[in-house]
Ligand binder design. Structure first.
Ligand code: NI
Length: 253
């Protein structure tokens, strides 16, 4: 058994110089699998090339809320075809709403989010949801458009965690869980059923303690896992096993 980073962006240019070192540290930290998330089709082609002996990379592809202006019928067809042809694509994402980034195109963001949920359902794939300053609209859309998926890098209240769990969603926590002053994610973690929990890095940003301020990378997910186990008062190996089962249930079955 090993840790899994359920959401990483090693396709980011922050990793262009030393990806082989990143692989080695994954092996050393016993982080043997990761979901490489692409924000657009261009990134997907870069992500499809990642491989290393002893490591497994799954792929996710979706149009990020920040990139919705490039979403058209042609891109939608392209994503559909890629999903049919590349079995490593396990999810549509990350998709969702980001009103922190832009408030002036909310309707377009919502429409593209819904279209991609429909695409995921057509392909029988789960979604990876990004939401920022948009939790109510995100919830309303997920409620109206049932789909399997995960709320990635969860940073909402415990009340909202409960509501998303009721919709059938998984909840994934990132390195922010390890920050001393981060009360909200710690509280939210405690209300999520163990069989709906995932952990991630969302690398290259928001490294967990003790790497705060450094570039984040998949090997660091072990620290977030250990911290989660401590908050929950359970054996880290038990949590590790549960995370692997959850990842399997959501993305691989
Ligand atoms: Ni991300």
């Amino acid at each position: 058994m090993a840790w899994i980073d359920s959401h990483t962006h090693i396709n980011d240019k922050a990793f262009d110089g030393d990806i082989n070192e990143v692989y080695k540290r994954m092996l050393k930290a016993d982080v043997l699998r990761a979901m490489v998330v692409s924000l657009n089709v261009e990134e997907f082609y870069k992500s499809a090339a990642f491989k290393h002996p002893g490591l497994l990379f799954d792929l996710a592809l979706g149009i990020y809320p920040g990139d919705v202006s490039q979403m058209d019928e042609k891109t939608m067809d392209q994503i559909y075809d890629l999903c049919l042809n590349d079995k490593r694509i396990k999810a549509i994402g990350e998709i969702g709403l980001d009103y922190h980034w832009r408030k002036d195109n909310k309707d377009l963001q919502k429409a593209i989010f819904i279209k991609q949920i429909e695409l995921a359902n057509k392909l029988h794939k789960p979604i990876i949801v990004h939401t920022r300053d948009a939790v109510k609209d995100t919830y309303d859309i997920l409620k109206a458009h049932p789909v399997k998926g995960v709320m990635h890098c969860f940073s909402e209240s415990k009340e909202m965690a409960r509501e998303f769990v009721k919709l059938g969603m998984y909840i994934s926590f990132s390195g922010t869980l390890t920050f001393k002053n981060a009360k909200e994610p710690k509280e939210a973690l405690k209300v999520v059923p163990l069989d709906r929990l995932l952990i991630e890095t969302d690398a290259p940003y928001l490294s967990p303690v003790p790497y705060r301020g450094k570039r984040n990378e998949p090997s660091f997910v072990a620290k977030t896992g250990e911290c989660a186990a401590q908050i929950l008062g359970i054996d880290p190996l038990l949590l590790q096993k549960q995370m692997a089962a959850n990842y399997q249930a959501l993305f691989l079955s």
